[in-house]
Design a protein. Structure first.
Length: 258
């Protein structure tokens, strides 16, 4: 069941979203060569708790860290480790859910580490382009299939593929709520967007083929062909005239009457 949020609930999700956005802003200077992914996890955990929130991924179905950290060919659910040290040319995704006052905010960012080539920069840019092309369609009356189709269409234009097994989702009191929002879709199909829906749109793209395998830890999902991956996500609310992104700190989060 898709839950339409009240204005009060949206305010609470907005505050949780700001915690996520501030955590990303604060972690950015630490994403550099020589840093372990475990160190980034510790920093993110501290930033979230300083805001009076909790890192909702910690313990979720047994997940052992406060933020998913996925490097290069890892598309999602990477587990932070003292042994994984970032190097020049890596791209690393941080996927964070913060819960505050009973409501969640969720977003993902893929960072360039140190000196990166055009290949790495291209992947990060394509993931963001997929997101913004999809979200530009969001407004009441639009079907989710149109939004999802825009993700795959954008990725395909650049010769990339999208995740099939993993999706975006609704969000609120729970990290994952209805509706589920794939990175592909058929125009004119799917649930109709309504004012007050809170959703997470999250393009997960592959440089090459989108076949995946799950590592022995039961969490880490990697591209089978070893190609680069990138992931970009925001929490947003459907408004009367379009949408508002709830996990950004600047004015680009507001986009009415598109």
């Amino acid at each position: 069941m898709i839950h339409i949020k009240t204005p009060h609930e949206i305010d609470l999700i907005r505050e949780a979203g700001r915690v996520v956005a501030r955590a990303f802003e604060r972690i950015a200077p630490y994403v550099e060569p020589g840093v372990s992914t475990a160190f980034l996890n510790e920093k993110i955990d501290a930033f979230v708790r300083e805001e009076g929130a909790i890192p909702a991924e910690l313990g979720y179905y047994g997940y052992p860290a406060s933020v998913c950290i996925s490097v290069n060919e890892v598309i999602l659910h990477g587990i932070p480790s003292e042994r994984q040290i970032l190097r020049d040319g890596d791209i690393v995704t941080l996927d964070l859910v913060a819960k505050k006052n009973g409501y969640c905010g969720d977003a993902a960012r893929t960072y360039l580490v140190g000196i990166c080539g055009e290949r790495q920069k291209r992947m990060v840019a394509i993931a963001e382009e997929c997101f913004y092309n999809a979200v530009s369609l969001v407004k009441p009356g639009v079907r989710l299939g149109d939004v999802c189709h825009a993700i795959e269409e954008t990725a395909s234009k650049h010769g990339c593929t999208v995740a099939r097994e993993y999706t975006g989702h609704g969000i609120g009191r729970e990290m994952h709520e209805d509706p589920y929002i794939p990175c592909y879709g058929t125009p004119g199909t799917g649930p109709v967007l309504k004012e007050g829906m809170t959703i997470c749109i999250e393009p997960m793209i592959f440089e090459k083929k989108n076949a995946v395998r799950v590592m022995k830890d039961g969490w880490t999902v990697v591209a089978k062909d070893g190609g680069l991956t990138a992931h970009y996500e925001n929490t947003l609310v459907v408004t009367s005239g379009g949408y508002e992104i709830l996990t950004k700190l600047d004015d680009s989060g507001k986009d009415e009457a598109i």
